[in-house]
Design a protein around this ligand. Structure first.
Ligand code: GUN
Length: 292
């Protein structure tokens, strides 16, 4: 069994990006600039956005964090997005999800200039992705592809089962794993809350990508020997014995499933850090496209 080490791989990618940035600086070019918008005070979202901004500093990018109150109106948020679209200094930006209930997420995502949409959530970019055109691939799916590629995990002709059909992970992942190329060329089954007999499906899978947010959902008896397991779940479980008051766990019963798997991502230290590295990669791509 091989651990797909997202922490190490993401550090390798960040080092590669840092080198690119050094070259840009040496050539007198402006370095990439990422902005992140966060609305409200959700603890997990604040942590993720903080990590994204810190990662920018580490690779030499400029970053801007836009914090807006939980009572921000739709119009105020759209105004901010238009401002970021029009700001030539900013190469790419993200609006951290989820948004508070008074805000229509679809309207917000549609307002982002597709050229600056480094999350790859705009329908233009999502459509390009589905049509194999060059675009921004959403950071978490992009990170999973990168892990599979760097560890040379064979996906051609394999049966990939994706659990969860979210717009951020499950849906794009199901498209990407069925694409021509590597990683890809899989036969894909997308499962969700209405899927019947999920164990029957997962136990036939060569690759399982689970993005549910239900701790310990995937058990050893749901998995065949030598399966590849990608755990995208990140749940904070309250635990007063820990200084932070919680611990982080994934969708997979790691202790038992890892005994059967050929490759497996841990939580934490698997897909999570890859998401941030690939967001930086998309920002670098956005910057290079703006200069071209
Ligand atoms: N919320 C959870 N994951 C993500 C992500 O990749 N991007 C944004 N913008 N929000 C998220």
């Amino acid at each position: 069994m091989t651990i797909l080490d997202g922490k190490k791989t993401s550090n390798d990618i960040k080092e590669e990006i840092k080198e690119e940035v050094s070259k840009m600086k040496a050539n007198g070019e402006k370095v990439p600039h990422l902005a992140a918008v966060i609305v409200g005070n959700d603890g997990a979202s604040l942590t993720y956005v903080g990590s994204k901004v810190r990662a920018c500093e580490r690779v030499g990018f400029e970053s801007t964090l836009v914090k807006m109150s939980s009572t921000t109106s739709q119009v105020e948020l759209l105004d901010k997005i238009h401002e970021l679209n029009d700001n030539d200094d900013i190469d790419g930006f993200i609006v951290q999800l989820p948004l508070p209930p008074q805000i229509d997420t679809q309207k917000v995502l549609l307002a982002v200039d597709p050229c600056k949409d480094v999350d790859g959530f705009h329908p233009t970019n999502f459509g390009k992705m589905a049509l194999d055109m060059s675009t921004f691939i959403p950071a978490t799916p992009f990170g999973i592809l990168e892990l599979l590629e760097r560890y040379n995990v064979e996906t051609k002709g394999k049966h990939t089962v994706v659990i969860g059909r979210s717009h951020i992970v499950g849906r794009p992942m199901s498209i990407l794993m069925g694409r021509r190329g590597f990683p890809g060329n899989s036969t894909v089954t997308l499962t969700h809350s209405h899927t019947k007999n999920i164990t029957q499906i997962t136990s036939q899978a060569d690759v399982i990508i689970t993005a549910l947010g239900v701790p310990g959902f995937l058990k050893a008896e749901m998995v065949k020997d030598d399966a590849v397991i990608i755990d995208v779940g990140i749940t904070r479980v309250p635990d007063e014995t820990r200084e932070r008051g919680y611990y982080i766990t994934g969708d997979v019963d790691f202790e038992n499933v890892s005994k059967k798997a050929s490759f497996i991502t841990p939580v934490p230290g698997g897909v999570g850090p890859m998401t941030i590295a690939m967001l930086l990669k998309n920002t670098l791509i956005a910057c290079e496209r703006h200069r071209a």
